[in-house]
Each structure stands twice: as C-alpha cells, then as structure tokens.
Design a protein around this ligand. Sequence first.
Ligand code: WTA
Length: 630
Amino acid sequence: MEVKEEVHLKVEEKYQPPAQLVERVWIKDYESLYQESIKDREGFWAKVAEELHWFKKWDKVLEWNYPNAKWFVNAKTNITYNCLDRHVKNGRRNKVAYIFVDEDDREKKITYGELLELVNRIANGLKSLGVKKGDRVSIYMPNTIEAIACMLACARIGAIHSVVFAGFSEGALRLRIEDAKAKVVMTATYTKRRGKKIDLLATVQNAIDGLGFVEKVVVWDRDGDVLNGSGGLFVSLNELIKNSSPECEPAQMDAEDPLFILYTSGTTGKPKGVLHTTGGYMVGTYFTTKINFDLHEEDVYWCTADIGWITGHSYIVYGPLACGATSVITEGAPDYPNPGRWWSYVERYRVNVFYTAPTAVRMFMRFGEQWPAMYDLSSLRILGSVGEPINPEAWQWYYKHIGREKCVIVDTWWQTETGMHMITTIPSYPSKPGKAGKPYFGVEVAVVDNKGKELPPNTVGNLVIKTPWPSMLRTCWGEPERYEKYWNTIPGYYLSGDLATYDEEGYVMILGRADDVLNVAGHRIGTMEVESAIVDHPAVAESAVIGKPHDIKGESIKAFVILKKGVEPSDHLKEEIKQHVRHILGAIAVPDEIEFVEKLPKTRSGKIMRRVLKAQELGLPVGDVSTLED
Ligand code: WTA
C-alpha cells in the first residue's frame, strides 16, 4: 500500500439541488445536524431509533469495547415487524411494497398486507422443517419478490440468512454454504437472463454434493411441475406456502442478535462472512434510505442492484421496507430485450428515486442518449450512484440524460461492512461530480497515512472511520481475527481499504481500493480468489491477477499465468482457463485477458508483487522494488 502521491484537484462546478426539491426535504441543514450528531452520537441515533418499533427499549445506546460494539443494548425488536406489521397496522396494508417485472415484461405487484402473509407462510414452513433461531439458511435465488420473502421469513424467526448472488457458480456457492454450515438452502428452479433460462437448482445440487449438514433444499418451483414427488432432501416452496398458516409471531430478537451473513471478497483467497446484527442495522438502513433518497409516502423508488449484494440487502429489502416505500425490482439484464428497458419502467411506474451503479451509467452512455430520450423521465427527482467511483463524465451524462438537469445526484460511498451509506451528499446540499460528499450524520472519517497520521486536504491516503456506527459489521463469521484486522491494522481506526482525499470544503473523493481487491462493474472481487480458481486448472502452475482500467466496467481482470512444465500455451487453453474460472466462481470473475508468462515478480519471501505487474502493464513507474527477489 503506497500513500505518497499528492493530488491537486481542479476546482469543479458545484451542482445546487433544485429549489422546489429542497423545500420539502427531510433535512435542510446538513451542517448543524452533523455537528449535533457528532457531539452527541448516541443521542442522535437514539432519536432515530425512536421512529421504529421495539418490543423493549434499550438500556444503553452504545457499548464500545474497542473494537467491539453493541448498539441498543438489551433492546428487543424484530426487523420484519418494522418492515411489515408496523405498516399493515398503520394504514399501509394495501400499499404496494414491490412492483416486480421480469425480462418478458410480466409484472407482479405485492402489497404490504400480502407480503406479510407470504413471509409468515414461509416462516412457518421453515419452522416445520426444523429451522430455529440462529440456524443459517443460504439463499440462492433470482432478484424476485419470492427471494425477498425468503430473506424476511428467516428474519421473522431469527434464522440467519446468507444470500449468495445467483450469478455465482457452484464452487463459490459451495464455499459459502459450507462456511456458514447452512441447515437449509433455498433456491429457485431457474432464473432468466438475456432470454436464456439458467438452471439454479442444478447448481445447488452440485454445490451441496456431500455436504451432510444441509438438511433440506427448499425450491421455488417457478413452473410448478419440476418437483412433483421428489421428496427427501428437496422440498417445494410452493407447497410450503400453500400448507402453512399466514400468521407467525415475529421472534423477539435482541438488538445484537445476528440478522445475516453476507460474503464479500477480501485480500485472501477465501471471502469473509460479514455479520450484521438486528437493531443497529435496522436503524442505519431505515434512516439513510429515508434521508438520502428523501423518500416520501407517495414516492416510487427503484434500486437496480441485486439482492445478492449488500446494496440489495440494505436498499432493496430492509431500508425501503422499513420506510414503507413502494419499490420496483427487476430480474434479468438492464439492456435486454433492448437498452430502453429501464427507462420504459421509469416512465411506466413514474419512478421518483433511481439508484444504480456507475458501470450501468457508462454502459447506457455507450448505447447513446437516444434510448432514454424516448421516454418520459420527468418523474425522477433523485438519482443515486453506488459501488465504485463515478467519473465526472458519467456523472454529467447521468445528470443530463437521465436527470434532465432537474435531479439531485447522491453518490453514496459505503461497503458491505458498513451496512449503510457513510459518505454522501444529502439532497439539500450541492454535489460535486466525482466526489462522494461529506461524512454522514454520526459518522467521522479521516484520511491517514499508513501510520495513522491524519493528512491535510488534497492528499491521498487511507480512508478510515474513527468511531463506531450502528450498522457496522460485528464480526467475520468464524474468523474474529479478520474482523479485528479492520481495526488494528492502523490502530484506533476502521480501515476501509479505500484510498481517498478530501477538499477544503470536506468533500471526500474516493480513488479506489488500496488493497488486492478489484472492483469490476461495481462488484468486489479478490485477486486471490481468481488466482486460486485459475491455479485449480490442471495445466496451470501459478497465476497473478491484476485490475486494469476499463471504460465501462471500471476495472477489468488480467491474469498472468505460468503453465506447468511441458504444457503448450495456446488460445484454446486460454479459453479453457476462462471457462474454468466461470465454473468455479461465475461469470463476473472471468479474466478479460490471459497472458502466459515464464516468471512472476515476487518478494524474497515469495509473495507475488501484483503492484509491479500492474505498473509494467500500464507503463507506469514501478516504484520501490527493493524487496523484489530478482
Ligand atoms: C467501492 C458496495 C466510490 C469502494 C456498497 C468500497 C465506492 C467498495 C462507492 C465496497 C462510491 C462503493 N464511490 N467507491 N460511491 N461505493 N465503492 O462491499 O471501493 O460491494 O470499498 O459495497 O466499493 O464494495 P461493496
């Protein structure tokens, strides 16, 4: 990790939010509330928490035993009560919770009342299979209402869900099921993408082969015929729903009881199981959704992420539901059957708040502005960005061609680990293209060098968080030492792994990862994960993976590969290796480029110096190579 260079940024334009929008935002004065929230962090979050329902209130807002935090100590609640029952009891029974559209443009709507019943039925079904509080349930399902209901059903009874992105393939899925020791796996017969059916059930069958601890696989049979008479390990979700009661008391959860595990890439070959708990996560996602997207009762909200990632957990499922919002969700590709798909939905459903990733914006830029121009996007008020730095060019395009120069853009920086937005503008103060904004309420950040010395403005350093926040990760599943590493690498600070700088006005600009984690199309991918998938191929002796700048994906993967003695390099072999990675990890981790080499730069202790490879590849100065072996 090198933190030396200094940047002098040009002064950019500031974009003021439209006056009529500012008039009704929830929070008008960022500065004074921010100061208040820092002076009395606990009082601030307690006031937010009061907006939600607790079976029993907390004795204490925060117990901070560095680096371990407990929020809302001894409070009891259930997140599904806040996401569902609370609304049903308060006049939102018939309000639409989700509008789902698939690639064939088939629509399905579900109200809060109906969603509560569906969740209860599945929860009762899970109970009938012996699932208890604290048991892990892996969910490998497409971005659908049914998948969301399965997540909520787990939360209803206190089971810990571990959602695995349905684009991962069997190796990645198996690892996650195995690590969590899931008692039950929930899946669907298939998903559809670009008109093709992708068999999810077959992937699950292969992934759990020989995993004796998996007691049941619950399958959402999308055509209602596959599972007839299968019995045994496989149970039909359809049958479970049909045969269960629509009433299920929410489990009384302690604020610190685990809610979910979500695996994310780190700097080793094994992804880490980020663990989030109930109370603080609920408070953080509820408040950030409401404030940063300025959600009001009649709004239609659309986050284009997938439930397989943290953005889906926090800003498709828990945040919007806690707010009682109406959300759009879709299954399939954004540009299929044509690049007008998303914009046609904005027009049809009069979407007010739209939240997507820079990689999608860049993809639509390439398709051309004629696509969004065909639709009435005048309902849009707020546009969000997440997952990677948004380059000013893409920002401007988003502003102009989607927002029609009438919307606010919030560029939200956060992580799987943080659970909620940590740095962003809120809709009442100006944004600057390419800069995420200022720290969120109750959040204190700094840019520090490797020794923890705080750096002045316009200097690049490590982005750290100085104090605990409610929706912070509590541990890494089964690996507490990996959790501690966040807090003790630079003692006293939570190390985000990102490089950043801030300007005189306190706007933070994120420059990307400082570690061996790639960000490909907004997805975190560990270089080591890809390397071990490549090395798993019988022809490969060694491999090193780097990220290269890419116009649309932000980064693309390049792999350097040393073949085993006697193996002839060929294009066919490159293809085979790519296929192998696809099989083990999934399409998102497949290298764009493979180069066969004889040697890799290594330190004397044998560690691959990816930094050197990357500098060479990009024609940049190689930097300090004093530790290079040869
Ligand atoms: C990157 C996704 C710049 C960053 C929510 C972070 C961003 C990683 C932004 C976390 C943003 C996320 N600007 N970079 N607005 N949002 N990132 O865990 O490198 O999948 O560390 O969470 O994405 O990725 P994760």
